[in-house]
Design a protein. Structure first.
Lengths: 109, 109
DNA sequence: TTTTACTGTTACATTTACGTAACCAGTTAC
DNA sequence: GTAACTGGTTACGTAAATGTAACAGTAAAA
């Protein structure tokens, strides 16, 4: 893992080191129900630059939350998918989305 | 609310606008089981500067997640507590902490 | 009279995050 | 032979986040 925690760290901090930041939760949420190509992720996140998206994907992969599969095709095709570790976050990601729907966007579930 | 969402925003993004960032989840986690004074929060977060802690607390208050109570005493005493809205996040905060304990820190629950 | 306690604020500097624009590779379609 | 497709990378500049250090204010204690 890229973000190595120290053992007496706050457990909430430990999690947020992996999924915090402006983009990672969104990326994981997008991947939580689908394997997706780079371009598909980018299309669902119109406000992130390709450069930063690449960086975030690399970090998520380094942290073991997603996997990257590159096919030997031209034009290139790259798939991103949740790993087992990433999938263990899915309930939390759904709760986060549900909370946002209900409490922030004011949509009834 | 300070962070006004637009209606067709990603619900995960909507939540992360309120609790994202390096510090807010930690602050909320610290307050989730206790009303605490400014100094108590600071003592539990040794690496945040007082200036930034003040800013984050103000934003959390502006977003309706915590409340601030200032007592007319010298030396000053200020309490921070979860609001009802903040408390509705508690299950998520606990899940985040549990996930960090188990998956990142490697502690068995 | 000086210090301590507590919760800040302010000015300033620095670090980190993010964006923009240009460029690359290799095959296919025009 | 040139453009388009896809998933990037690189150089560069800007914006946001955070830190540091000093200061404020008032009562009680030393």
């Amino acid at each position: 893992m890229k973000n190595k925690p120290d053992q007496n760290a706050c457990p909430a901090t430990a999690t947020m080191a992996l999924i915090g930041g402006r983009w990672k939760t969104i990326i994981l949420y997008i991947l939580s129900d689908h394997t997706r190509r780079f371009g598909e992720i980018a299309a669902r996140m119109p406000t992130i630059s390709r450069k930063v998206l690449t960086e975030q994907l690399k970090e998520l992969e380094a942290d073991g939350l997603i996997s990257r599969t590159q096919y030997k095709e031209i034009p290139p095709r790259v798939d991103y998918a949740m790993t087992e570790l990433g999938n263990s976050l899915t309930p939390i990601l759904n709760d986060i989305a549900d909370w946002g729907k209900e409490k922030v966007l004011g949509q009834t579930l």
